[in-house]
Design a protein around this ligand. Structure first.
Ligand code: MN
Length: 211
């Protein structure tokens, strides 16, 4: 995968904040070890596939640090799994009301809050996040696995999306579909938070926990 490096990615991971952060760190540690065991990969092999340093991956597996969301994406790309596969599991019930206020957490040092509204479903091939970018947030994402398509709908505030090398501005209620397997990015240049939904669709056979 052609990783587009970004300064933020190379910064050392910050310890996860608060109880929710500790939960996420613990969950991530367990998921990562399980995924690696499933594939029979050594730490070295996993680090190479994900394009992450072995030391960093080891720290995350031991629950000693929480990575940035960008790093989570890189790990998900390496393992060929969905982002929500690395986050706390859903409390699944068919008619359960999903309250972003309770699901929202800051999984990393990024100025970004993530609420897994509908975690990845292997049958349906998609996951839905509510994402909050705090003022000043900017990230150019490395491409996700081939065939990933993101559907972005702004709920509050004004979002700028990097698509085909130019920043497009989306206002409240506006949506945009973009190829997640090409360079893309998000930024908030306003002085208030922007909240948007991101439905991420994975092509058949990708993003699954297994197979
Ligand atoms: Mn993306």
């Amino acid at each position: 995968m052609d990783a587009i490096t970004h300064k933020r990615d190379s910064e050392p991971p910050a310890p996860a904040a608060g109880e929710a952060g500790a939960d996420i760190t613990r969950q991530l540690s367990g998921r990562l070890r399980a995924l690696r065991t499933e594939r029979g990969w050594s730490l070295q092999r996993a680090a190479e596939v994900c394009g992450v340093s072995k030391a960093m991956l080891g720290q995350i597996e031991r629950g000693e640090s929480s990575p940035t969301v960008a790093l989570l994406w890189r790990i998900a790309g390496g393992f060929g799994c969905a982002l929500s596969d690395l986050l706390p599991p859903p409390v699944a019930a068919a008619a359960e009301v999903r309250d972003p206020g309770r699901l929202r957490a800051r999984p990393a040092s990024d100025a970004m809050l993530v609420a897994p509204l509908f975690p990845f479903d292997p049958e349906l091939g998609f996951e839905v996040f509510e994402l909050t970018l705090l003022p000043g947030y900017e990230r150019v994402s490395e491409p996700h696995v081939a065939g990933v398509v993101e559907h972005v709908v702004v709920q509050r505030g004004s979002l700028e999306v990097l698509i085909d090398g130019a920043w497009a501005r989306l206002g409240e209620g506006e949506g945009l579909r973009l190829a997640g397997d090409r360079e893309h990015g998000y930024r908030n240049v306003a002085d208030t938070a922007v909240v948007f939904l991101d439905l991420i669709h994975y092509p058949r056979g990708r993003g699954a926990r297994r197979d």
